[in-house]
Design a protein around this ligand. Sequence first.
Ligand SMILES: [Zn+2]
Ligand SMILES: [Zn+2]
Length: 102
Amino acid sequence: MEIKYCWRCKMEVPMLNKEEFTVAYELYGKGFKNLKKDRQERFKELLDYYNDLTGFGETELNAIMHHSLEQIGPDCEKCGKPYRTPKAKLCAACGNKRILTE
Ligand SMILES: [Zn+2]
Ligand SMILES: [Zn+2]
């Protein structure tokens, strides 16, 4: 888990690494199979997992499901905010042109 700026939430949030996100994704899938009517109840395991891990107090499932370090790029060399996607060529925050090495 790492605190990163999220472009969708427009704030710094805890983003999950690959292993953590895999667990979250499984709990998310499990929530869909849960027959309880209340959405918050159905996905309680996922919310608990994320909040225990991060100490954040997230209530929005959709937020958790995009807080994955794999879905964003590395930090911009200039301003330190992460690139929006792993393959982004331009920093959305400061306009820095990224030099992709691959
Ligand atoms: Zn977000
Ligand atoms: Zn930048």
